[in-house]
Design a protein around this ligand. Structure first.
Ligand SMILES: [Zn+2]
Length: 405
């Protein structure tokens, strides 16, 4: 049996080609040089003799910033041993189970925690991180019963959300409550990641916080910060008008354009602003915590230049190369990564970020449901990728595939 799927088939010349055009001409990424194609693939097969795997029919699958940077050839070669090509992208998935999967019956709607950790690979004993519930830090994502792949959507064996059929392991799956729309459910994965980022920020009561970026990740992170911390003044820096409006609605105390962020932080924290001979202004003093949600070099530079001495920066987007780390040294900054989600510490004890996301989404439905601004069938993938590349400018938050259409 075969399934219709978008396949990422990196070949060196196309990959290098995408790298050179990637940053200059977003429209070209979905053009003839794209390392993506629509094909009929043999149905994905889980490892044999290994329990807990089931087929999933993707109903909606989001396009994430990390997918776009992979397509644009902008991801670091660091990832190359952590993926297996060709693969079907798509790790933000709401789908329907086509097989019974442990306690989940055929037909259950599920969302997926994307990491292909020890449990899915038959690793026994688990690595110390998985044993502690931090599956996002799994040390075994390139070994075991399954081909390498840090997540579903980067593994040649599991398929991915940008297709009509994939396989997933029980350890990845969470049931979607009845009555929750697919549009809300497909945002649960990025929302769980945002909850994790808010935990990693270790914000204390009254802290001044700057969130850089107000796309899907920035807005969801802002919501998580408001829900899970007692941050004092939260400033959001956002490029586009609709992003600034959304940040205001989601509870930001102050919303500014990126070029005014340093000035706002300075005003609010009584920091001293200095102007170097070249490059952006920086502060002595500044925000207690800055959360970088875009993955761009300029945003990480802004974070480094607006955080107070001994303050903390949470790197939530895949960091673009080339940021100037001088302030990290001089200001003794703490740089903290936030990668997907796992078990989080809460006042009520440890909880999986996905469970928290599902619970909260029941009330936040009206906000989360509006984040999906457009859906596309698989055969319109070039339009979908183009739309996602320009989402900020077009006022769209999440673009998703509707693979069964
Ligand atoms: Zn592990």
């Amino acid at each position: 049996m075969t399934t219709l799927a978008l396949e990422y088939f990196r070949s060196a010349p196309r990959f290098v080609g995408a790298r050179t055009i990637g940053s200059k001409a977003p429209g070209l990424i979905a053009g003839p040089l794209a390392p993506l194609r629509l094909v009929n693939l043999k149905d994905p097969e889980p490892p044999s003799g290994h329990d807990g795997w089931a087929r999933v029919k993707p109903l909606l699958a989001g396009i994430c910033g990390s997918d776009l940077s992979t397509l644009a050839g902008k991801s670091s070669f660091y990832f190359s041993p952590l993926v297996s090509v060709p693969f079907v992208p798509g790790h933000e998935v709401v789908g329907e189970l086509l097989d019974d999967c442990g306690d989940l019956a055929t037909g259950t709607r599920v969302v997926m925690s994307s990491v292909l950790s020890c449990a899915s690979r038959g690793e026994d004993p688990m690595c110390p991180n998985c044993a502690a519930g931090h599956t996002n830090r799994c040390d075994r994502v390139a070994v075991g019963d399954l081909k390498p792949g840090l997540q579903t959507g980067y593994c040649s064996q599991t398929g991915g959300g940008w297709s009509r059929l994939m396989v997933a392991h029980r350890s990845q799956l969470h049931a979607v409550p009845e009555g929750m729309s697919d549009e809300v459910a497909v945002v649960l994965e990025p929302f769980a990641c945002a909850i994790h980022a808010a935990q990693r920020a270790r914000i204390e009561a009254g802290d001044t916080v700057l969130v850089v970026g107000a796309g899907t990740v920035g807005i969801l992170t802002l919501i998580a910060i408001k829900l899970f911390t007692q941050a004092g003044h939260v400033i959001v820096a956002a490029k586009h008008t609709k992003q600034r409006a959304a940040a205001k609605m989601a509870g930001a105390d102050e919303v500014v354009r990126p070029e005014h962020a340093a000035k706002s932080v300075r005003r609010y924290t009584s920091a001293v602003k200095l102007t170097p001979e070249r490059g952006p202004d920086f502060l002595l003093g500044g925000a207690d915590v800055v959360v970088e949600c875009t993955g761009s070099k300029s945003a990480l530079d802004m974070a480094l230049r607006t955080t107070k001495a001994a303050g903390r920066i949470v790197v939530s987007g895949i960091p673009g190369p080339g940021a100037d780390l001088t302030p990290m040294w001089f200001r003794e900054l703490e740089l903290v990564g936030a990668y997907t989600a796992g078990v989080e510490e809460t006042p009520a004890g440890p909880r999986h970020a996905f469970e928290l996301a599902i619970e909260l989404a029941t009330n936040l439905g009206p906000i989360l449901g509006r984040m999906v601004g457009a859906t596309y069938p698989l055969d319109r993938w070039r339009d979908a990728i183009d739309h996602a590349m320009s989402a900020g400018r077009l006022g769209t938050f999440k673009v998703a595939f509707a693979p069964q259409e």
